[in-house]
Write a protein that binds this ligand. Structure first.
Ligand code: HEC
Length: 151
């Protein structure tokens, strides 16, 4: 009995200790939750996305994403203000389900991720080493932040 209680106490302390100290060490936190400032797409992906953009989006949103008439710009304060503090899953779903407006659903998930990498790069968010994912679960963990100041 006593041995059991001592063991339970020791185990309890060990668990408590590991919670407090963060040991055993966990996988890097950065992967669990990140923002559009953390380099969440690659240059190559943005380049592919540029081709998708020119073929499917530029006719309405403009060659340099400036928008025209009823079609909003995809760069600048008005655009980012619409999305700040939402997640990349929100922006992905909007794009994947409703764009291009004259042919919704035309883009594959890969093409949607690529075109959003291009949009992120046009808004001066930094690129990184991993491509923007297509999985909803991963996209939900990426918060859209205000872009770095544009010069
Ligand atoms: C036929 C014209 C047309 C085409 C082509 C088109 N769009 Fe749009 N897009 C619009 C219009 C109009 C809106 C505003 C209404 C709305 O939000 O649905 C819009 C809105 C958007 C928004 C939301 C903007 C905001 O400020 O919240 C995104 C993102 C977007 N489009 C991305 C794309 C992408 C990426 C493509 C190419 C795959 C594309 N669009 C192609 C007309 C178009």
């Amino acid at each position: 009995m006593l041995a059991n209680r001592v063991f339970a106490l020791a185990l309890g302390l060990a668990v408590f200790g590991s919670v407090v100290s963060g040991f055993p060490s966990r996988p890097a936190r950065a992967q669990e939750a990140s923002s559009t400032l953390d380099g969440i797409y690659t240059d190559g992906q943005a380049q592919r996305g540029g081709d998708v953009y020119q073929a499917n989006c530029a006719s309405c949103h403009g060659k340099t994403l400036e928008g025209s008439g009823q079609t909003p710009a995809l760069t600048g304060d008005d655009f980012t203000a619409n999305w700040v503090n939402q997640t990349m899953a929100d922006l992905f779903d909007k794009t994947n389900m409703t764009m291009p407006a004259d042919h919704p659903g035309k883009l594959t998930r890969e093409q949607t991720a690529d075109v959003l990498a291009f949009v992120l790069s046009s808004n001066k968010f930094p690129s990184g080493k991993a491509e923007l994912p297509t999985a909803e679960e991963s996209l939900k963990k990426i918060r859209i932040a205000a872009p770095p100041p544009q010069s």
